[in-house]
Design a protein. Structure first.
Length: 138
């Protein structure tokens, strides 16, 4: 039981860290935000979404995908007895992605790519976690 709680917490931390890595550290370094946009201020982002480079948006999509997969994978690897921690991590990250899509005005391609790849990431993450829970390491 405690192992599953730890698996869930570590999975969420890893998932969030991977999203931060791709979205902020890599994405904003390669494609810096224009002057005057505060990435920590939702109103600033809403008002300036049209100015954010496409490459930065692509890194957001990549980050959400990779975060879900890595978080679920790690949760399954730690738990080894249940997929529930991986499902919790994946569900939480899917909800966060949906919140991001709903709260910030975006182009249709971005919303579709982010949503569909997040759903695909859930199934990839489940597959990776499944290998550890059921002892089928490849």
């Amino acid at each position: 039981m405690l192992k599953n709680v730890i698996a869930t917490i570590v999975g969420l931390v890893i998932a969030s860290g991977v999203v931060f890595l791709f979205e902020s550290l890599i994405g904003h370094s390669v494609f810096p935000l224009p002057e005057g946009i505060d990435p920590k201020n939702m109103e600033s982002l809403k008002a300036n979404m049209h100015l954010i480079p496409v490459g930065a948006k692509v890194f957001v999509v990549i980050g959400h995908f990779a975060g879900i997969v890595c978080g679920m994978w790690i949760a399954g690897m730690i738990s080894k007895t249940s997929l529930i921690p991986a499902y919790i991590v994946g569900g939480f990250m899917l909800a966060a992605t949906a919140f991001n899509i709903i709260m910030l005005p975006k182009e249709l391609w971005f919303s579709l790519a982010d949503g569909l790849l997040a759903i695909a990431a859930f199934f990839f993450g489940k597959s990776f976690a499944n290998r550890y829970v059921y002892g089928k390491l490849i």
